[in-house]
Design a protein around this ligand. Structure first.
Ligand code: SAH
Ligand code: SF4
Length: 347
């Protein structure tokens, strides 16, 4: 079967996800080759700033869900956020990713002002990741200078989605993921791997949904049960089969050859000190060092075991550069804009 055939069907995705032994080694080699051919050896650095952990939602998997009363809540000030962005200017971190819980604690206008100020004072690209918002809000932020948006659909199984994210629907999430590219915003989405209740079919469907949405960026990561959530006692669906987390990245790359795929932090939480490196070797091409001021990091625990809680931004940055070099890769110099929408499908 040719790559075009495999990368087109759910049966093809399932076949690749079931690879073992020599077949699996071939899958990893192929994913790495596709990454090199389509995205090059550069690894782009996006500095993430978790600027508030206040959230009105109650996603059953998330450590900072509104219902978790054990969390000490914070919101960074306008000046604190600006200071972090200023400190990134001129470094290898050419994009600032501003992420928070989903809430109106920061008004749309306030977020717009932050975006405008960062744009005025630095040459950074700006990614926002603050949840579902109306079309008009996305349009306003785009006018303010927002370049990109991250919003994972979490799972392509609508029933599971609604069970995990009370009072929200997959349909509305997908509406946001259609509004954003229509506005010209580079759009990122993705999902968790191994949510309780998912099957291998769900994983294949997740990968196909990413492809169908023609995303510029795709972030995925293992689901890790948090003790302060309703899913505390649950196990990851791939407990006992840790290769599945890496197979997911490899198949994702083959099905989405032109997407930026980050080696996400949750890989290091599950595979300390090596998870993100392995992800970079099986298809990923982006790294997101933590730029949240140290005093806030321990309060942004979406899942337990999150690394880089006590290191500061400079330490995280130095460590990231070392890891990339050790893999024989180079650091991306430009903004690393999305290119999926303009590129051809694999042939
Ligand atoms: N509030 C925004 C952004 C913050 S959450 C939003 O929900 O979109 C960022 C991501 O963290 C989520 O998209 C989810 O995929 C991930 N996440 C949350 N809880 C997790 C857990 N227990 N294990 C792994 N990833 C988790
Ligand atoms: Fe809030 Fe996002 Fe966590 Fe859901 S995943 S509870 S929206 S921070």
């Amino acid at each position: 079967m040719s790559l075009t055939d495999i990368a087109d069907t759910k049966a093809g995705a399932l076949k690749l996800l079931r690879s073992t032994g020599e077949e699996l080694r071939r899958l990893y080699r192929l994913a790495d080759e596709v990454r090199r051919e389509r995205m090059g050896d550069d690894v782009y650095l996006r500095g993430i700033v978790e600027f508030s952990n206040i959230c009105a939602n109650n996603c059953t998997y998330c450590g900072i869900r509104g219902g978790n009363k054990a969390v000490s809540r914070y919101r960074m000030t306008f000046e604190e956020i600006l200071d972090v962005a200023r400190s990134m200017a001129g470094t290898e971190r050419t994009t600032v990713v501003l992420q928070s819980g989903e809430t109106q604690v920061f008004g749309d206008e306030e977020i717009g002002e932050i975006v405008k100020r960062i744009k005025r004072e630095t040459s950074l690209s700006i990614t926002l990741s603050v949840g579902n918002r109306p079309f008009e809000t996305y349009r306003y932020w785009h006018e303010c200078g927002m370049d990109r948006y991250l919003l994972r659909f979490e799972t392509s199984d609508a029933q599971l989605f609604e069970a995990l994210r009370p009072r929200t629907t997959l349909q509305d999430r997908v509406r946001c993921l259609t509004d954003l590219p229509n506005l010209g915003v580079q759009t990122g989405s993705g999902f968790m791997v191994g949510l309780p209740g998912e099957t291998l079919e769900t994983l294949a469907d997740n990968i196909l949904l990413c492809r169908d949405l023609t995303l510029d960026m795709i972030g995925i990561g293992p689901f890790i049960p948090h003790p302060g959530t309703p899913l505390a006692g649950k196990r990851n669906a791939y407990d006992g089969d840790p290769e599945m987390f890496f197979k997911a990245i490899a198949v994702l790359r083959i099905f989405n050859p032109d997407a930026h795929i980050p080696a996400t932090t949750a890989y290091d939480a599950l595979f300390p000190g090596q998870g993100r490196d392995r992800a970079l070797q099986v298809g990923a091409n982006v790294f997101m060092p933590n730029n949240t001021p140290v005093q806030y990091r321990k309060d942004y625990l979406l899942y337990p075991g999150k690394p880089c809680i006590t290191e500061d931004a400079d330490q995280c940055s130095a460590c990231t550069l070392m890891r990339i070099e050790a893999l024989g890769r180079t650091v991306g110099k430009g903004p690393g804009h999305g290119r999926s929408r303009f590129a051809d499908r694999p042939r």
